[in-house]
Design a protein around this ligand. Sequence first.
Ligand code: APR
Length: 172
Amino acid sequence: MDRLNIVKGNIVKAKTDVIVNAANTSLLGGGGVDGAIHRAAGPMLLEECKKLNGCPTGEARITPGFKLNAKYVIHTPGPIWRGGGKGECELLANCYKNSLNLAYEKCLLSISFPSISTGIYRFPADIASKIALKEIYDFLSKHTDFEKVNIVCFDYDVYKIYKKTIKEFNKN
Ligand code: APR
């Protein structure tokens, strides 16, 4: 599936129609990729996010990208890892599902994801990568006109985990 790529890099540089922000439920910015996206987009992004009045975990909201290369940002709060018994896997799957469906609804056919929840929210990257790739493959098989999904890994260890997982998916 050449429409899905795992890349090492900084998502703020991505040139896809939309990039996904691993936000928190306030949508008022934070550290990690959330902080990087807000810094690169400029203060207008926070002003726009304030109008959204937050977003529940697993859901997705869209804003313009302002000073980013990407025209839009989809903000999705991932779940905090609490050991795996509190519905974290389903909530993470919903982040990918809802972000992809929202992009498609807006006729945006190329998207870049960070590795949602695997930083400050401590979700194990090996489990998260399987959830992410399953949802993305399912979506791409149903939407043959969708052009590209990049998973942009900032952290080399996370990049290696996604590359390993995609190899396992391609074998099956
Ligand atoms: N580009 C791509 N990926 C990045 C970048 C970047 N510029 N910066 C960090 N990452 C990666 C991290 O290495 C990690 O693999 O994004 C992944 C998600 O990490 P976090 O940004 O910490 O996000 P998350 O674990 O989902 O925690 C969300 O952190 O930043 C706050 O406001 C945010 O409260 C929310 C929480």
